[in-house]
Design a protein around this ligand. Structure first.
Ligand SMILES: [Fe+2]
Length: 207
């Protein structure tokens, strides 16, 4: 199988997840477009053949979200992802690794930055890059999320002057959620929290 067009991408994803989740994926795509429209492309690779980054990341990121935990862990093993104890204890968090692996498998020469963005959309990563941050934020801010009112969603966009500021706001909101749900945070989240506390940026400033 080769995914080399938006139609094939849509077909691949729609066969693997529910209509409800497909709706989420389409809204994430739209939200990435909004983020890029407001904050720019950050020097990212935006096209690959007939595929564009918002469509690919939005649709692909949760394409393995409904795989069984056994299958997710098995694919992570096969793909060579070394899971830490936090990830092993919470298999659902690893669907991004599987989706990233499948993206590289079925989409020839897909930009590494796209795979990386998909890989770390759940917990974030120090090397997630600009597109990774856009996906991470869109996953939280898309229009269908019931935990945000329209006013709250609008305030994220109104108060952030660039994607880094938007990412910080979303990161702390998601970190709080992780801590309340899992009683702890992942090593990736702790590394990002420490870096932000030191005032570091997670990707270079675009001139
Ligand atoms: Fe996800």
């Amino acid at each position: 199988m080769v995914i080399d067009s938006p139609e094939k991408l849509y077909e691949y994803v729609s066969l693997r997840i529910s209509q409800r989740r497909l709706g989420h994926c389409m809204r994430v795509k739209a939200c990435i477009e909004r983020i890029i429209g407001q904050y720019g492309e950050g020097g990212s690779i935006m096209r690959h053949g007939s595929l564009d980054a918002p469509c690919f990341l939005g649709l692909m990121h949760d394409s393995s979200r409904e795989d069984s935990f056994e299958s997710v862990l098995e694919t992570c093993r096969k793909a060579g992802f070394e899971l830490n104890s936090y990830e092993l204890a919470n298999p659902v968090l690893n669907h991004g690794y599987v989706a990233s692996y499948k993206a590289s498998l079925y989409c020839p020469d897909v930009p590494i930055s796209w795979c990386k963005a998909i890989e770390c959309h759940t917990l974030g990563s120090m090397d997630m890059g600009y597109l990774g941050a856009a996906l991470y934020c869109a996953d939280y801010l898309e229009e269908g999320r019931p935990f945000l009112t329209q006013d709250q969603r609008a305030s994220f966009f109104r108060e952030a002057q660039d994607l880094h500021q938007l990412f910080e706001k979303v990161f702390y909101a998601r970190l709080e959620h992780s801590r309340s749900k899992y009683n702890t945070a992942s090593p990736n989240q702790l590394a990002i929290e420490a870096a932000l506390a030191r005032g570091e940026r997670l990707w270079p400033v675009q001139g």
